[in-house]
Design a protein around this ligand. Structure first.
Ligand code: OFO
Length: 171
């Protein structure tokens, strides 16, 4: 049986993952209306991925004898200054998620819940990968600066990245 503290911390993380899914969906919608088709595809896929992250936590918590409940969420932002601004927000959000996963890991270890600790390893690795992908995108955007042709190419690249991204259903 999972402890109350770990259960509460996972419920909080479920909220964070669901919020991630919604903010990426909102960003995708902004990109789509501004003509950034590739970025929109990329962020819609990212939104699906975050939903899978949420679902993985829900199933895990219920399997361990806890109860995964959903929480009220903030309304995601709907205005961005530029595509660079969108991805800066993605970066800071992913940093926030990494921090929240680390805090959850600390709670699990304090409660001597090593099963949850080992379950969280998957999320820890996923965050390393996601942060590095977004870093790569931001580096390229900073390189092209205000150059519209450069941004167009990055958008094409995002389209290719989105097409290659497989959102695996949870096991
Ligand atoms: Fe990258 O956010 Fe989910 O875990």
């Amino acid at each position: 049986m999972i402890s109350k503290k770990v259960e509460e911390a996972i419920v909080n993380q479920i909220k964070n993952e669901e919020h991630s899914s919604r903010i990426y969906m909102a960003m995708a919608s902004w990109c789509e209306t501004k003509g950034y088709r590739g970025a929109a595809d990329f962020l819609y896929k990212q939104s699906d991925e975050e939903r899978m992250h949420m679902l993985k936590f829900i199933k895990y918590l219920n399997d361990r004898g806890g109860y995964a409940i959903l929480s009220a969420l903030e309304v995601p932002a709907s205005k961005y200054k530029s595509l660079l601004d969108v991805f800066k927000h993605v970066m800071s959000h992913e940093e926030f998620i990494t921090d929240s996963i680390n805090k959850l890991y600390e709670v699990a270890l304090k409660e001597k819940d090593y099963t949850t600790g080992s379950f969280l390893q998957w999320y820890i690795n996923e965050q390393i990968e996601e942060e590095s992908t977004v870093h790569g995108i931001l580096d390229k955007m900073n390189l092209v600066g205000e150059d519209k042709a450069g941004m167009f190419h990055i958008d094409k690249e995002l389209e290719t990245m989105a097409a290659a991204k497989v959102v695996a259903p949870i096991a």
